[in-house]
Design a protein around this ligand. Structure first.
Ligand code: AMP
Length: 286
């Protein structure tokens, strides 16, 4: 496995992959890799002759009060996981490599997709995400890129950017990997105290109760939202940021459920913010 630190190194490696006629699958990450990341890598590995992973804690997607400085960076363990998973190259740049002095070009996605939910709670977050993802695509030039459903709004925004900017990348969104008790794997779960960790599966339980109501015929989004809110309220330590029922492509709120929807939840446990979501395929034969 190659550890690439500069853009030039990636370009050289990419040229070799291309001239060998190997298709390249790419998994962008911020490191602290877990089984969720591993599932993206495995999916990429199964469909492409070459696989690259980037490990870069992107400063521009963190707000000033957020956890950039403390974000976990267990590089050796991450490299071991990549090696084990059969990754061909890891791109691990320094912040100065991605954002050299004088950097001033940004990708700004506008509209509800970028400005609601995560975009509203974390101003500037998606500008940082879109900018770094476009840069990574330009540097790595993958044939296919793999993102997680766990960050549904991010995946949707990347899909929009690929379409809007005619990027020659095929996007694949992979299912959320969960702990046995339903908590979605996240690099931020390590921040939870043991008590908060015990409570955190309430997010998935709220999503599941909402799903059950829809499967039983509930069509009023407001009622479904109420079910999620009431479930979250059973854990006073969880402070709800939002519970929503949205169109999975536009992220516009839905009033009456008559087609596929996405259930969204975000909550804080102490200083730790967790997000989760559940795609619901409209039960057409119900
Ligand atoms: P991150 O390192 O948190 O920026 O995540 C890198 C990629 O892994 C993103 O596309 C995430 O959506 C994806 N990811 C994170 N957690 C999970 C999970 N539990 N299941 C599936 N994909 C995930």
């Amino acid at each position: 496995m190659e550890l690439l630190r500069t853009v030039e190194e990636v370009r050289r490696w990419r040229a070799e992959v291309r001239s060998a006629g190997r298709r390249l699958g790419f998994v962008p990450t911020m490191g602290a890799l877990h089984a969720g990341h591993r599932s993206l890598i495995d999916t990429a590995r199964a469909a492409n002759e070459a696989v690259a992973v980037s490990i870069f804690v992107n400063p521009t997607q963190f707000g000033p009060q957020e956890d950039f400085a403390h974000y976990p960076r267990p590089l050796e363990a991450d490299l071991a996981l990549c090696r084990e998973a059969g990754v061909d190259a890891v791109f691990h740049p320094e912040p100065e490599t991605m954002y050299p002095l004088g950097f001033c070009t940004w990708v700004e996605v506008r509209g509800p997709l970028a400005e609601s939910f995560e975009g509203a709670v974390r101003p500037g977050h998606f500008r940082g995400v879109a900018t770094v993802v476009l840069k990574l695509f330009e540097i790595v030039q993958p044939d296919r890129a793999y993102f997680g459903q766990k960050d549904a709004q991010q995946a949707c925004l990347v899909r929009r950017m690929i379409a809007d900017l005619n990027l020659p990348v095929e996007l694949h969104v992979c299912p959320t990997v969960r702990e046995a008790d339903g908590l979605a794997l996240s690099s931020r779960n390590v921040y939870l105290t043991p008590e908060q960790r015990r409570m955190a599966p309430i997010l998935f339980q709220a999503l599941q109760r909402a799903e059950a109501a829809i499967l039983q015929g509930e069509r009023r989004a407001q009622t479904v939202i109420q079910i999620m809110e009431e479930t979250m309220a059973t854990v006073p330590e969880a402070r709800l940021d939002y519970a929503a029922v949205v169109d999975p492509n536009s992220f516009l709120p839905v009033k009456t459920i008559s087609d596929d929807v996405l259930l969204l939840l975000a909550a804080r446990f102490g200083n730790t913010r967790l997000i989760d979501n559940l795609p619901i395929s409209f039960p057409r034969n119900a």
